[in-house]
Design a protein around this ligand. Structure first.
Ligand SMILES: [Ca+2]
Ligand SMILES: [Ca+2]
Ligand SMILES: [Ca+2]
Ligand SMILES: [Ca+2]
Length: 580
């Protein structure tokens, strides 16, 4: 006797395997009848007589729930009416072969005009070695009126899994791995230059979703996966993939992290949230999210959900949810059986990066019209003067749609003291057009990561100056825990809520430098094109840069109050004069 059931009514599904009879209903394509409820085909009722679907007997002694999607009427040509309560649907069970039936839930038509997920915990009295279920309509106004449909009927038990792991390599039908509650028509394949099998969600009229079975997690566990949205470098704000969780079996969903910026109370977590857009996520990205106390509080299911039809697709690979691997494999590997499987080029129990990182970073954005090679990625920005001169010559300015961020490579900041930069947010002067800010969320966030972009700590939120878009010189002390040999620094502007227009901005004269141990023996021979930030010393509010006029062998110190041009020796005096 079966104890679980999953009826998706798709072309490979045989209704007689689960149902004793279907009266007044038939399996219908999603563009007919009551439309798509969950995915693909539905079981649609419009007959003249009785309308009822009744299951075979199931052993429900270990079952916990019955769930399905339901729609009653709702203004489609072949799905309307059901005006009164007694034209609603009842879910009932019988433990004596159908002699007597007991109500689990009454579904009132007015609440099901659109497809709605219904999740019912089985009452104790419904748990027996032979329990049948039925859905039926008490009354209707005749053939072709007061229609309704169900889809994705499932009987199952909570599994409270301590971890979930799937690399999609082993099962031709991904649901057969036993890890997933449901996947809308997911197929296994190699999406977007993947080197091994992935789970592909594509070619579907309905919203796409991948839903895990339920997990019992602890704070500090991780959600890890690789994702590719749309296989495209083109940013699209619409039709992203959202990672959500549910504590009520899928009736209500929330983002694992909501977007949260300056304006809100974010508990120090400035984030775009668990929303993945084509563009930044149109190439394979490795995502690691620590599980919060809120999520671990109750048994939980997760889903990756992409609204939209045939034009949109995404794929997942190497999903792991559970206790963390050592150092989360530094986001350079996948976690399998609590061990790291490292990406090419990395080894060891934690996939640590053992290469030597550069000391600090200097970038004036003036060399060869390319940023220095200290940046890991720059999205939505390029060198130029669209926001005017920010400090000197070109700046790195950001005006493109979508993600705007500049992220350094891992830098050695162990003995470095500060981060300096000049920034300008908005500001038209007639000769150029640099969109002005209109609210606080259009500022620029500066944060750092010491774990290869798994977690971030805010250094500074540069607030937009709404009435005074002059440039701002920023000098920040690096906090002790930002001083490592693999610290990543990021400048980014939130996408904002709802994709409204944003201010444009530029940064210039970025310095991660100022050696703190050699302060007394400052020395730099200036044989290099760029000064060595490891040996650097600067006064607060002074910004160093190579000077075109001096052939690269001199330094300039500019201040809000004036301009000093000097050789190294006199620069040193300026610093002493400033009392350092
Ligand atoms: Ca279906
Ligand atoms: Ca009616
Ligand atoms: Ca795989
Ligand atoms: Ca510059």
């Amino acid at each position: 006797m079966d104890s679980t059931m999953q009826a998706d009514f798709g072309i490979r599904y045989e209704p007689s395997s689960d149902f004793l009879h279907i009266w007044g209903g038939e399996v219908t394509n999603g563009d007919k009848g009551c439309g798509t409820l969950f995915s693909g085909e539905t079981l649609y009722f419009s007959g003249a007589g009785a309308r009822e679907v009744q299951t075979k007997a199931f052993n429900t002694l270990t079952a916990d729930y019955i769930e399905f999607y339901l729609r009653i009427g709702g203004n489609l040509p072949d799905c309307s009416g059901a005006e009164t309560r007694d034209e609603g649907i009842l879910l009932e069970y019988s433990v004596n072969g159908g002699t007597t039936w007991h109500l689990i839930q009454e579904m009132v038509p007015s609440q099901y005009r659109k497809s709605k997920f219904v999740h019912n915990v089985l009452p104790q009295t419904a748990k027996s070695p032979r329990t049948k279920f039925r859905l039926w309509q008490v009354k209707h106004s005749g053939a072709g009126r007061d229609q309704w449909a169900v889809d994705e009927i499932r009987i199952g038990s909570y599994e409270r899994m301590r971890s979930l792991q799937d690399n999609f390599n082993n099962h031709a039908d991904p649901v057969k791995s036993g890890k997933w509650l449901t996947i809308t028509e997911g197929v296994r394949g190699k999406y977007c230059q993947a080197r091994d099998y992935t789970l592909i969600l594509a070619n579907q009229q309905n919203d796409k979703s991948v839903v895990t079975k339920d997990l019992r997690l602890q704070t500090g566990d991780v959600i890890q996966f690789r994702i590719n949205v749309g296989c495209s470098t083109q940013f699209r704000l619409d039709h992203p993939v959202m990672l959500q969780y549910s504590h009520d079996g899928g009736q209500t969903w929330r983002l694992v992290h909501e977007p949260c910026y300056q304006e809100s109370d974010c508990n120090g977590l400035q984030t775009e949230g668990t929303i993945y857009y084509s563009g930044p996520h149109g190439s394979w990205q490795n995502i690691i999210i620590p599980v919060s106390e809120t999520i671990a509080m109750h048994p939980v299911i997760f889903r990756w959900w992409q609204p939209g039809g045939y034009a949109f697709s995404f794929a997942l690979n190497d999903v792991y949810i559970g206790p963390p691997c050592p150092e989360n494999c530094n986001r350079r590997g996948t976690c399998e059986n609590n061990r790291c499987i490292c990406q090419d080029g990395f080894t060891g129990p934690t996939c640590a990066d053992t290469s030597v990182t550069q000391y600090g970073l200097f970038d004036w954005f003036d060399n060869h019209h390319d940023p220095s090679n200290g940046w890991r990625r720059i999205l939505g920005g390029s060198l130029g003067l669209k926001c005017g001169v920010v400090d000197h010559g070109n700046a790195l300015y950001f005006s493109e749609d979508g993600t705007r961020e500049a992220v350094t490579k891992p830098l050695n900041t162990t003995f470095l003291r500060m981060l300096q930069f000049v920034i300008k947010i908005g500001g038209n002067d007639g000769s150029f057009s640099c969109t002005d800010p209109s609210n606080r969320n259009e500022g620029v966030i500066v944060d750092y990561s010491t774990d290869n972009e798994i977690t971030w700590n805010v250094l500074k939120m540069v607030e937009p100056r709404i009435y005074n878009t002059t440039k701002e010189f920023v000098t920040l002390d690096l906090p002790a825990d930002a001083k490592t040999d693999h610290t990543i620094i990021r400048f980014w502007q939130p996408l904002g809520y709802g994709g409204l227009g944003r201010s444009e901005w530029g940064i210039d004269s970025v310095i991660v430098g100022v050696n703190e141990t050699n302060a007394k023996t400052f020395y730099d021979d200036f044989n290099m094109m760029m000064p060595d930030p490891y040996k650097w010393l600067q006064a607060e509010s002074a910004v160093a840069r190579s000077s075109c006029q001096s052939g690269g062998n001199a330094l300039e110190f500019s201040r809000d109050t004036g301009m000093y041009k000097s050789s190294l020796n006199s620069a040193f005096k300026v610093i002493h004069g400033a009392g350092v």
